[in-house]
Design a protein around this ligand. Structure first.
Ligand code: A2P
Length: 277
């Protein structure tokens, strides 16, 4: 159902995916992934930090679909950064996921100095065929600029917190100018924005829920996004956004909801930490 985006390395990535942060337990994960697959999701996003790679791997195996149908992404945890640790941890991730390769491998958070060595490891892991594409998560412009000048290749995806209360316009623009697809985590602001009257009013106009309005806003913004839910009806609802269109005026109204509200970790702290170099 969802659009395919062509990444800078030529690989194709579904614009909408299924997030698995904080989804735990084999039964819950299996049910969520089965519902999501049924509803049309093909991208499944996990991370070493989520501690659910083994359960996600089992749930994906249980789908019994050709590997080429799935787009699986994982991320290297902070504690596994550095060249050797990155290589070893990714092999461990693949083992847990029951996969020969992932489609997209990302550095989860930029860690002082270590992120550059981790990035070299990702480049080599791609050469070795253990991932199709390499990207980063939670990188600020300064980190991307560093890679742009020091590394032999740039990430093709930057996964960041993005929703109407934190629309990240400057970083999304920077990513785009560098051929990097922005992928939104917590695209619904962890549900905290859904009571907003502006979203409700726009939704009523289109006979859609506030969540569907927000996801459609991501879609029309040209970014990728990975909503999550453990409820089948919501999993389906979040894919049911391809039969309506927001007007330019509605898009602008949603853009105007930005108030820099974060649901997650403050990357400015990471930035301060990194300022040393
Ligand atoms: P639940 O899993 O109970 O359905 P985000 O993707 O921004 O992190 O937001 C995920 C949160 O939003 C989860 O708590 C999820 O709850 C909730 N959620 C997901 N989809 C919807 C929806 N369509 N309507 C309302 N809440 C939703």
């Amino acid at each position: 159902k969802t659009t395919l985006l062509t990444l800078a390395d030529g690989q194709q990535m579904p614009q909408e995916g299924f997030g698995l942060y904080k989804v735990t337990g084999q039964q819950t994960i299996s049910a969520a992934i089965a519902s999501a697959y049924q509803a049309g999701y093909r991208l499944f996003d996990t991370a070493q930090l989520y501690q659910n790679e083994a359960e996600v791997g089992q749930a994906l195996a249980d789908l019994r679909v050709p590997r080429e149908e799935l787009f699986v992404t994982t991320k290297v945890a902070e504690e596994n950064q550095g060249y050797q640790r990155t290589i070893a941890s990714v092999k461990d991730s693949l083992h847990k996921l029951q996969l020969d390769y992932v489609n997209l491998l990302m550095i989860h958070w930029p860690i002082e100095r270590a992120f550059f060595d981790s990035w070299q490891a990702l480049i080599d892991l791609k050469k070795a065929g253990l991932t199709k594409s390499i990207g980063v998560s939670n990188f600020q412009m300064i980190h991307l600029q560093y890679l742009a000048t020091q590394a032999s290749e740039l990430p093709v995806v930057n996964q960041i917190e993005r929703h109407p209360r934190l629309n990240q316009a400057p970083l999304v623009k920077f990513d785009r100018e560098h051929g990097i697809v922005t992928q939104a985590w917590s695209p619904l602001g962890r549900g905290t924005i859904l009571a907003n009257p502006v979203l409700k009013q726009i939704g009523d106009h289109h006979h859609k829920s506030p969540a569907q309005v927000v996801l459609r806003w991501h879609l029309q913004s040209g970014v990728a996004f990975i909503p999550k839910s453990v409820h089948q009806a919501r999993i389906e609802q979040n894919m049911d956004i391809y039969d309506f269109e927001l007007t330019a005026d509605e898009m602008a109204k949603i853009d105007a909801l930005n108030d820099f509200h974060r649901t997650g970790k403050e990357p400015a702290l990471v930035y301060e930490y990194n300022k040393k170099w």
